[in-house]
Design a binder for this molecule. Structure first.
Ligand SMILES: [Zn+2]
Length: 72
């Protein structure tokens, strides 16, 4: 079961956890290829699974199961 984490400093969290080169700005608009929505990066959500792994997720989670790898 995934549990949502409340991130108070979204800039810092993204800097520490963004898995790729070239981290987007919180004000950037990206598209989630899972739900085809355009969202503001700073609206991302974080969910933690039972192993403790934290996923940076689409703002439309949990309805959308897209994560940071699905952002274009
Ligand atoms: Zn999505």
């Amino acid at each position: 079961m995934m549990k949502e984490l409340i991130i108070t400093d979204k800039q810092k969290y993204l800097e520490e956890n963004y898995p790729f080169e070239g981290m987007p700005k919180l004000t950037d608009k990206l598209e989630c290829i899972h739900c085809s929505s355009i969202f503001t990066v700073g609206d991302y959500k974080v969910y933690k699974d039972e192993t403790g792994f934290e996923f940076i997720c689409c703002p439309n989670a949990p309805e959308c199961n897209g994560t940071v790898i699905d952002w274009i």
